[in-house]
Design a protein around this ligand. Structure first.
Ligand code: URA
Ligand code: CA
Length: 433
């Protein structure tokens, strides 16, 4: 097989066979096929696209390019949730104990990563004593016994994806549904779960700016999952404004606790139920999505979800008292209000820009070396569609520095007040097969 022939085949609109795709990914991972040939192929895929079969083959070739996690010692159907990334997305912190409270195993492997706030692990580490440096045996034991545990990412997962994603980033070939879907799904499948629920975000703060693109990506990923034997469902949700009120690590832990008590922001609660019911259904604990949703509401109401969160914290060395006393979480030194300059209705809260403002306070990492400040962040006091009076606070800044003029200006630049506006749709649809 010669790489140049395969590039020409795709360039002319042909369909690559399973063997050809394996040849490409193996050769690329080993360094036998050079970047310039793979860039040409990626560009050909960008224009000529891939069939469902090719996408599934590409995904599995990337899965097999490195280590895969074996969760077979964990009893039951393991359902993983993945979000394509948003601002103030507190869903994982809520969903993990919520679903585990229904005896569904949550074996979460998580990273830290870059972004507006830290990752799930950073957020959880704002709980005193909580740690994810546990041995694999302990992890398996915890999930079997308590249905929930989180461990830091280990192993060399999907090296082919790492290499290809970096190459796409500098060759104008990121925005291909086929390549994005295979990239995301390869990582999820290598992480070992039996079933996958996807939260595909759309809007200013999301990777997919339009609902149509988000739907196409969701369909592509659901079909890859189902083609390779992992039951997969997706929710398409709004990320034009941040999710919930909190953007920041300990602030989001508090928000998750509120939500598990049934007192969280409405949008966060609604999205958690929409994703959670798919997880419960895929774990085969309910025979319909409606039944699954009722079960979730029940464990919020009877306090079992909250108890599960405490149990989870205790098991991993954390102080569970924060659940009843969230004021024990790290607190920032200063709380600064950002008052509205006029009367009206909030019409726009540009998610990614507001996320960046939180990052400037130290809530997230700009580079891998940056230190995170777990106490700082933003609390939105108004969301799109809310009435506001001049002088009323739009946002509360939680800061550990006295001068936050940069952050205040960024907030004013990215929250627009108008005469009329309505709350955006939160869930644009679901993809179930
Ligand atoms: N996120 C990924 O993991 N891969 C892509 O290709 C795009 C976004
Ligand atoms: Ca939030």
């Amino acid at each position: 097989m010669r790489m140049v022939d395969l590039i020409e085949k795709k360039r002319d609109g042909g369909e690559l066979t399973t063997e050809e795709i394996n040849f490409i990914i193996e050769g690329y991972t080993k360094g036998e096929i050079p970047d310039y040939q793979v860039s040409a192929l990626a560009m050909a895929i960008f224009f000529k696209d891939m069939t469902q079969r090719e996408r599934a083959d590409l995904t599995m070739a990337m899965v097999h390019s490195g280590d895969t996690i074996d969760l077979s010692e964990i009893e039951g159907i393991k359902v993983d949730k993945h979000s394509t990334g948003g601002v103030g997305d507190t869903t994982t912190l809520v969903l993990a104990p919520l679903v585990a409270a229904l005896d569904i195993p949550v074996a979460k492997m998580s990273g830290r990563g870059l972004g507006h706030t830290g990752g799930t692990i950073d957020k959880l580490e704002s709980i005193e004593g909580f740690h994810v440096e546990i041995e694999r045996e302990e992890f398996v034991e915890l999930v079997n016994k308590h249905k929930i545990a989180v461990i830091g990412q280990t192993g060399n997962l999907t090296p082919a994806d790492k290499k290809l994603y970096a190459l796409r980033d500098v060759t104008g070939t990121v925005d291909s549904i086929s390549l994005i879907a295979s990239s995301i799904m390869s990582k999820k499948i290598a992480a070992g779960s039996d079933a996958i629920v996807l939260d595909v975000k759309t809007g200013a703060g999301a990777f997919m700016k339009t609902v149509d693109d988000a739907k196409a990506l969701a369909l592509a990923m659901v079909s890859i999952g189902n083609n390779v034997g992992r039951n997969t469902m997706a929710v398409i949700s709004d990320m034009s404004q941040p999710l919930g009120f909190a953007i920041g690590n300990s602030l989001e832990v508090k928000e998750a606790i509120d939500t598990l008590k049934g007192q969280g922001p409405k949008d966060l609660e609604e999205l958690c139920l929409a994703l959670g019911r798919q997880m419960v259904y895929l774990a085969k604990k309910a025979s319909s999505l409606e039944e699954a949703e009722e079960m979730l509401k029940e464990v919020i109401k009877n306090g079992k979800a909250l108890e599960k969160f405490k149990e989870f914290i205790r098991n991993q060395g954390g102080n569970p008292d924060v659940v009843d006393h969230p004021e024990q979480l790290p607190q920032a030194k200063y709380q600064i209000e950002v008052p509205a300059k006029e009367d009206g209705v909030v019409a726009e809260i540009v998610a990614d820009e507001i996320g960046t403002a939180a990052m400037w306070l130290g809530a997230g990492r700009a580079t891998k070396e940056s230190e995170i400040d777990l106490a700082v962040g933003l609390m939105l006091n108004k969301k799109i569609g809310d009435r506001v009076k001049k002088g009323e606070s739009l946002v509360t800044i939680h800061a550990n520095r006295e001068n936050v003029d940069d952050v205040i200006n960024k907030i004013y630049d990215n929250i627009r007040i108008a005469d009329h506006a309505e709350a955006p749709v939160l869930i644009y649809g679901t993809v179930t097969e």
